[in-house]
Design a protein. Sequence first.
Length: 355
Amino acid sequence: MTGYAGDTASGADRGEPDRAGAGRLVDAYSLVVFDLDGVIYLIDRPIPGAVEAVGRLHAEGRAVAYATNNASRRSSEVADLLTGMGVAARPAEVLTSAAATAELLRDRLPEGAPVLVVGAEALRAELRAVGLRPVATADEEPAAVAQGYGPQVGWSDLAEASLAVRAGAPWYATNTDRTLPSPRGPLPGNGSLVAVLRTALGRDPDVVVGKPEPALFTTAARRAGTGRTLVVGDRLDTDIEGARRAGLDSLLVLTGVSDAAELLAAPEERRPAYVSFDLAGLFDPAAVVAVPGRTADGGWSVTEAGADLVLDGSGPPLEALAALCAVAWSTGAGPRVRAQSPAAEEALAAFGLDG
């Protein structure tokens, strides 16, 4: 197993499952909750291996759920999208920030209350489904403002929301993801649009519903009943932090937004229990690693050199990353890393840390 210079406790020392010589990661959990964008698909294209991974879980009779901050689709639409990709999904398995926002507003407003919507039609549909009335202007005296991601959101939508909030309407944001993944790279997400209003109003939203708030994950775990839950995500600032707030284990996959450099610099509240390149880590013990690494023997060593980390030795790249996390998280060094051996150069290249 991985060796490194430092005194950080291993996953086993912290009471977490030990991956050394262990069986499949998925066998320790009764429910797997997936984020969608960056984990299962990018916008509308499945990520390689994702369809097969979820199909394998279904074939084994394992409980699966999906939790997404994207408020541009309803739960039924997400289920249809997944099914069209080859992932059999039911609307009841899908939890969206749009539906959660609508349910929260239903519990706080009288039936038929007007809600000014900034976002996609899916958010309006979710509000109608719970008995509320979506409106488009501040002149309609909305009882609240609901803001979610929508690719057609423009200045006039934000202007009406600004006027409504200044007039006293409470401001609900479905989520504050700064970006969303795409095949062309990260694109502005709802958090970027929330930032426009934050600048105009000089304050934050009254309520943020989606991840990293724990509600989506705790709802999924509650529906599943007894047993342990594993959250699989690609973002440290939403998926992983949300899982930790919910008291759940998490697996970071490197197929979406967060990369190895961000992982090395992650504060404690955004550190996952496990890391893998992709969803193969659910089934293949060699394709996943617990982070941080162990203090025991191994082929890798990590030392500090000023503000840098120096990786030496050889072994599986994921174990190198676990060792780097151990030292970076215990000392605050990095995430700038230098290689001291040819194998280290290859490992850093695999994580994009060789620049």
